[in-house]
Design a protein around this ligand. Structure first.
Ligand code: TRP
Ligand code: SF4
Length: 326
């Protein structure tokens, strides 16, 4: 029997290459080895976007289209929307009894988000409880593994603590899930900061050839390299990681050409833009095709919700039994 896996993404807009390299590419591969549950966590998005809920609703099909275009297969994996499975909230409520406020205030992700999302008022009750709902997302399926980025490790640690605490307070119901970290290094944005929609430094999976080209051409490269005749430093260049992540077989040669000043940044950028366009072209087409058929997306999410609810309600039955509520 395959081990069960769960992961989720917040619907905050179309996905970019950073999301692909950091998560989606790995999700696609993991479908072969695990029984995968992939969820669009709209309630989590709502915790920071509650003043603009329609943005959350509109982002859901975008995210699903990006997933399908990259190779998430609803025949292999359960693809669903968090808010279609109310058991997540029911379990989160029960977990809430086991987690102290101090534990949540100390969570490094909480402090970081307060700093990062300064424009938004997220000093509310639900945002503090964000990781408790995330623990419920995972444990409601009794998932054994969770592929996440490094930044999410504190949440997986809390999930393990909650599982342990529940099991020892009541009866053994939950496994302690392990994180699976993505093997690929983080892809920088075009300006060197973390790739993010809100920084305007991202290449989106749906970008056209022209958009890709104009973004790559203005990207920040090796700042020490003033002239083409100066040797370049690929490890200090924001674009070299793109070669490593997407065109690994070309990266060694490019590295040699760069350090020996055989290739200039303009040519290197043109080449990269061309390669990326080629890589993204089938993904862009598939996502457009999916987005044209909202009924197809609804159907996938509907079928996913039925499967997810089945597992989730089994878990809730075990939970009630373990607690002596039934
Ligand atoms: N917090 C995760 C993120 O921002 C999203 C998320 C919500 C998640 N629930 C999850 C990830 C459960 C993995 C498992 O990336
Ligand atoms: Fe970066 Fe390419 Fe310029 Fe080298 S040649 S510094 S890898 S853009």
């Amino acid at each position: 029997m395959k081990k069960r896996l769960l992961s989720g993404m917040r619907p905050t807009g179309a996905l970019h290459l950073g999301n692909y390299v950091g998560a989606l590419k790995n999700w696609v591969k993991l479908q072969e080895e695990y029984e995968c549950y992939y969820t669009v966590v709209d309630w989590h998005a709502l915790m920071s976007e509650y003043k603009n809920p329609s943005a959350v609703r509109e982002a859901i099909p975008e995210v699903v289209a990006d997933w399908l275009a990259c190779g998430i297969d609803p025949k292999k994996s359960v693809v669903f929307k968090q808010s279609d499975v109310k058991e997540h909230l029911e379990l989160a409520m029960i977990f809430g009894n086991l987690v102290s406020l101090g534990r949540l205030y100390r969570c490094p992700t909480y402090k970081e988000q307060l700093r990062e999302l300064r424009g938004k008022d997220i000093t509310n009750y639900s945002f503090l409880g964000y990781p408790v709902l995330q623990a419920a997302d995972i444990l409601i399926y009794r998932a054994a593994v969770v592929p996440v980025g490094e930044d999410q490790l504190p949440h997986i640690e809390l999930t393990r603590e909650i599982a342990r605490d529940f099991n020892s307070t009541y009866k053994e119901v939950f496994p302690e899930p392990d994180a699976i970290l993505t093997p690929v290094p983080r892809l920088p944005g075009l300006d060197g900061r973390k790739m993010s929609k809100s920084y305007g430094n991202a290449i989106f999976l749906g970008d056209t050839e022209e958009e890709i080209k104009s973004k790559v051409m203005v990207a920040l490269t090796d700042t020490k390299r003033a002239r083409k005749s100066d040797p370049g430093h690929p490890d200090e260049c924001n674009l070299f990681p793109y070669y490593l992540a997407f065109f690994t077989e070309r990266s060694a040669e490019l590295q040699r050409e760069c350090v020996s000043a055989k290739i200039g940044c303009v040519d290197c950028k043109k080449k990269l833009a061309g390669l990326l366009s080629e890589f993204l072209s089938p993904i862009r087409e598939k996502r457009q095709q999916v987005l044209k058929e909202p009924a197809y997306i609804d159907e996938i999410l509907g079928e996913g919700a039925v499967k997810a609810r089945k597992t989730a309600s089994e878990t809730m039955r075990l939970v009630r039994k373990a607690m002596g509520l039934i």
